[in-house]
Design a protein around this ligand. Structure first.
Ligand SMILES: [Zn+2]
Length: 118
């Protein structure tokens, strides 16, 4: 099935993809340290990374998908998260995180709003 026809890729943000990968990495390690349900949270973050990288690199999205499937099938599997993060970093055309800019704007608006309440 053509996955692109199911849902158009969302706006890709390399920083957010790397954040999802880092979160998945931490959750995977927690899963092995007595919190097995955290593996599913890691799987969810990998799925988010996969959806978000699709617009920048369908090949990398496929790679994330394979890692996610491996993690789903083997409770002890540890995806090579640092290598995956490095691959995102090495993509051409990687720019600053637009999401962060939005967060900065939200922070500024919140600051102005709170100052107005004092
Ligand atoms: Zn972002």
């Amino acid at each position: 099935m053509d996955r692109s026809s199911m849902n158009a890729p969302r706006q890709s943000c390399p920083d957010c993809v790397r954040k999802h990968l880092a979160q998945a990495c931490a959750l995977c390690q927690e899963a092995l340290q007595g919190y097995p349900e955290h593996r599913w949270l890691a799987i969810g973050h990998l799925a988010e990374a996969e959806a978000e990288i699709e617009g920048m690199s369908p090949a990398l999205a496929e790679r994330f998908r394979n890692e996610r499937k491996a993690l789903e099938e083997d409770q002890t599997y540890q995806p090579p998260f640092v290598a995956l993060i490095a691959e995102v970093t090495s993509l051409n055309g990687v720019t600053a995180c637009a999401c962060q800019q939005r967060e900065d704007i939200v922070d500024r608006v919140a600051t102005v709003f709170l100052m107005g309440c004092r």
